[in-house]
Design a binder for this molecule. Structure first.
Ligand SMILES: NC(=O)c1ccc[n+]([C@@H]2O[C@H](COP(=O)([O-])OP(=O)(O)OC[C@H]3O[C@@H](n4cnc5c(N)ncnc54)[C@H](OP(=O)(O)O)[C@@H]3O)[C@@H](O)[C@H]2O)c1
Length: 278
């Protein structure tokens, strides 16, 4: 296991799900973490849980309550955090929201929320924190999704935001090399977190049919795969085997992937019609 005892990790979305699991793994490895999210109660709860894992007298976990999609808050609060806690060696952009529904049922406001938090929020934290990372170098991990390289039925807004995160990361990867900052993008499959539970409330039946009986991954397994990928300096980190297969198939045989998806969707729609739901 790599020594993280001199490392500081800033984790947006660190109060829940994948971000919190990543924070836990990094704290266990000796890192200091700064958790960033909106809800202060959830942040404090996460902070206490993580502090209980540490044995030293120094505080290893701090929290910042802000909305990553609000550039004024990000510009005001993150430099102050750097002054107090030090510049990040690792920046993980995990703050995000999910929403799944038919295109015509996603209102403009929802679409904009998803783009503003998932994509613009990622840009916001990088633009403020990356200059502080230049002297010592470091790692930036942006969280996209399988829906970031495969347009998924019911995910027009979410896929648009997550394709954007991959594009941003891929372009940035080359640019930040000169500062010794590596950029990775994590593309988890369905993961058992509050976000997935929220998405499932409005997910179209066709989208559920596409996932079939596949069990979501645990956020702990995703976090461990992320750390392994980061340590190997991988750009594209895809936890689990099915996501890796989809990624390769999509690159090599895009028409075949679309054809298979269309068949599954048609089947689901036939069943819905039979049951009088469609
Ligand atoms: N779960 C999945 O199946 C899955 C699959 C692929 C990718 N992902 C991606 O993985 C990342 C983490 O998702 P998760 O499943 O772990 O979700 P989660 O458990 O709902 O956690 C989301 C985190 O983001 C924070 N957040 C949301 N909006 C924010 C904002 N505007 N400003 C600051 N913080 C904000 C939340 O705290 P507050 O609400 O208090 O702000 C929370 O800490 C997301 O980018 C998600 O799209 C998830």
């Amino acid at each position: 296991m790599k020594d993280y005892s001199t490392k500081i990790a800033y984790i947006t979305g660190g109060s829940s799900g994948i971000g919190l699991s990543l924070a836990r793994e990094l704290v266990k490895r000796g890192a200091k973490v700064v958790l960033i999210a909106r809800d202060r109660d959830r942040l404090e709860h996460a902070c206490n849980a993580l502090e209980s894992l540490t044995t030293g007298r120094h505080r290893n976990v701090s929290i910042v309550s802000l909305d990553v999609s609000n550039i004024d808050q990000v510009r005001e609060m993150l430099p102050k955090t750097v002054e107090l806690s030090g510049a990040p060696d690792i920046l993980v952009n995990s703050a995000g929201i999910g929403y799944s529904n038919y295109f015509e049922r996603i209102p403009y406001e929802k679409f904009m929320d998803i783009i503003n938090i998932n994509l613009i929020g990622t840009w916001n934290s990088i633009t403020v924190l990356e200059p502080y990372m230049r002297d010592k170098g470091g790692t930036i991990v942006n969280i996209s999704s399988i829906a970031g390289f495969l347009g998924i039925f019911g995910s027009t807004a979410y896929s648009a935001s997550k394709f954007g995160v991959i594009g941003l990361s891929e372009a940035l990867r080359g640019e930040l090399k000169r500062y010794g900052i590596s950029v990775s993008v994590l593309c988890p499959p369905d993961t058992d977190t509050p976000q997935l539970a929220e998405e499932n409330k409005t997910k179209p039946a066709e989208t559920k049919a596409l996932s079939g009986k596949a069990k979501p991954m645990s956020s702990e397994a995703v976090a461990k795969a992320c750390i392994r990928g980061m340590e190997k300096g991988k750009f594209m980190i895809i936890p689990g085997s099915s996501g890796k297969v989809i990624y390769l198939e999509k690159r090599l045989f895009p028409s075949l992937v679309n054809w298979r998806i269309d068949i599954l969707i048609q089947r689901a729609q036939r069943d819905l019609k039979k049951n009088g739901i469609y």
